[in-house]
Design a protein. Structure first.
Length: 578
């Protein structure tokens, strides 16, 4: 399998990391003094055993103790400051990429990309942030001092130095083996857990369907299989990483004892002092502590490493949106020329060489059998899917010349399946704005004929709803979705099966809203199966297999393509639900 080119994503990640370069230098400087002050304990022991006990001087003991107390306080303060700086490095890294990764994840999922990198983008960012704020990064800054401490042990006696270097080399070998052996179990555990959590979230969001169809037992069995697989993978991962962590800790403690034993032998041979024996053991522990800490936190390192790779892939796959020149509010003139759309992840086009013009004050109905490309056209017009060929223009400007958020204000969209978000009805209509315009919210609801319906709710516009709509009916959801699409007076309104859940009253309200849009000089595009939905349409675009079968005035096209044209015309003329 060819390797992905994630160069641009890596460049973005490194650029975000470079923003904290001065803080990394501060951590490095703090680490220098922290590690120098780590010598306080060995030197103090050396002085106690070799000077104080030999001289019996209480004044020397007091002076040394006061000095050591001060030095340890300074060491603790600097180590605490180093930890605070690392926390801010992690926070700055995450804050600088939050919006970028959030946008990339939304765009990737909107365009049908569902790779591991796109599904876990925000969690991957948190994994890297946790590593940057963890003690592991402090250990990385301390590891360069390990050879210096080991060299210091050589000054006491060569045999002690050889023992220390041999033990350190063995610990490094254990670390390398740990990385090689545990990488696969840790990644498998993370993937299995992620899969089980995704399944649980999907079942939670569709709990009403699960209950109504009697699927609880079946879906629990499927979820339980995924959960058991995740638990088994987690146990295997924990066994692997925990085993290496305990091995490292036990071996380091053994080395310290071995250092004491060898030091005692050298003392008996009059080749070493008792102070040097104790100091060497303490120095050994300090030299090997960063390696032990790294092994103990290796799962965090692996998660961050995988997260870094996933982020690089995601950011490369979803390049940053370029800055665009702000254009004036467009007229409701929508043109499609030679538009061909290939859905993400597919090889075959769903729309092929589509041409039409929608002028201000017009409504166009897009009809055709299921799978003909109606929803694909809706996604292309709203900018979610970009054409593989041809151009869609709004008032002469290609859609990609508008910033996505600005484009969304000009083109209102009602999808087939209306999805609300956790919040109030008012917030949902205002598209989750932190500062919604109450007048615009009410006006949009009135245009969608949803105002009276909303007022009948327990708390009116302040009634809270959940992501799955709560107790709202399909028709209520659709009318709130229509109000959201009409918020801030878009110039183009794209409605995908807008009356699929509406009763006769709702369909009449929808047609009234379409008439208002046309009267205001705006335009409407309706993807429809039911004739009642195209009552207010001036034009008809018929699709079949992604190809345009007919386009022109409504009655002419219906007469051309439908055998029961007179009956359909009668029903659409009355506004009835067929």
């Amino acid at each position: 399998m060819p390797q992905k080119d994630n160069t641009s994503g890596l460049s973005e990640l490194k650029s975000a990391r470079r923003k904290s370069r001065s803080l990394f230098w501060a951590v490095g400087i703090f680490s220098v003094f922290v590690n120098l002050l780590m010598l306080t304990g060995p030197i103090y022991m050396l002085q106690i055993y070799d000077r104080v006990l030999g001289s019996g001087s209480e004044e020397t003991l007091l002076a040394l103790s006061v000095l050591v107390t001060f030095l340890f306080l300074m060491m603790g303060f600097l180590d605490y400051a180093r930890g605070r700086v690392l926390a801010r490095i992690g926070a700055r890294f995450q804050a600088s990429l939050d919006e970028r990764v959030f946008s990339a994840v939304l765009r990737a999922n909107a365009t049908g990309r569902t790779s591991t990198a796109t599904n876990s983008g925000l969690r991957d960012l948190e994994s890297v942030q946790r590593l940057l704020t963890s003690p592991v990064l402090s250990a990385i800054f301390d590891i360069p001092w390990t050879p210096i401490f080991l060299a210091g042990i050589f000054l006491f006696h060569p045999w002690l130095g050889i023992l220390a270097i041999s033990g350190g080399a063995l610990l490094i070998v254990i670390t390398v083996i740990n990385q090689w052996v545990t990488r696969s179990p840790v990644l498998q555990a993370n993937m299995s857990t992620h899969h089980a959590n995704l399944m649980a979230e999907q079942l939670r969001s569709e709990s009403e369907l699960v209950q109504s169809l009697g699927m609880q037992g079946a879906v629990f069995q499927r979820w339980n299989i995924a959960r058991e697989d995740a638990l088994a993978s987690t146990v295997r991962s924990s066994d692997s990483t925990g085993g290496f962590s305990i091995l490292t800790k036990t071996f380091r403690m053994f080395l310290q004892s071995a250092m004491l034993g060898l030091g005692a032998y050298l003392v008996l041979q009059n080749q070493l002092t008792a102070g040097a024996m104790i100091a060497g053991s303490i120095l050994m522990g300090r030299a090997l502590a960063p390696i032990e800490q790294s092994v103990g936190q290796w799962a965090l390192v692996q998660a961050a490493s995988k997260g870094w790779d996933n982020l690089a892939d995601l950011l490369s796959e979803m390049p940053e949106e370029p800055l665009r020149t702000e254009l004036p509010k467009p007229k409701a003139l929508l043109t499609a020329k030679q538009v061909t759309v290939v859905p993400p992840g597919q090889q075959q086009a769903s729309l092929k060489v589509v041409n039409f013009v929608l002028k201000p004050g017009q409504a166009i109905g897009v009809i055709g059998p299921s799978g003909s490309g109606k929803s694909t056209l809706a996604r292309a017009i709203t900018g979610v899917w970009r054409p593989a060929g041809g151009k869609i223009r709004l008032d002469g400007a290609a859609l990609d010349q508008y910033d996505p958020d600005v484009r969304g204000q000009y083109i209102g969209y009602l999808p087939q399946r209306v999805q609300l978000f956790d919040g109030t009805i008012s917030e949902n209509i205002a598209r989750m704005s932190l500062n919604p315009d109450d007048k615009a919210v009410v006006r949009a609801a009135q245009q969608a004929a949803a105002h009276e319906m909303i007022l009948a709710f327990p708390e009116g516009y302040d009634t809270r709803v959940t992501a799955n709509g709560g107790q709202l009916s399909g028709g209520q959801l659709q009318r709130i979705g229509l109000a959201r699409a009409m918020y801030n007076d878009p110039v183009i309104l794209v409605l995908d099966e807008p009356n699929s859940n509406l009763d006769n009253e709702g369909s009449n309200a929808l047609n009234a809203a379409i008439r208002q849009m046309k009267a205001a000089g705006n335009a409407v595009m309706i993807m429809a199966h039911r004739p009642a939905a195209i009552q207010e349409c001036d034009l008809i675009l018929m699709l079949d297999g992604g190809n345009v079968q007919a386009f022109g005035p409504r009655d002419e096209v219906l007469k051309k393509v439908l055998k029961n044209h007179d009956q359909v015309r009668k029903n659409t003329g009355k506004g009835g639900v067929v």
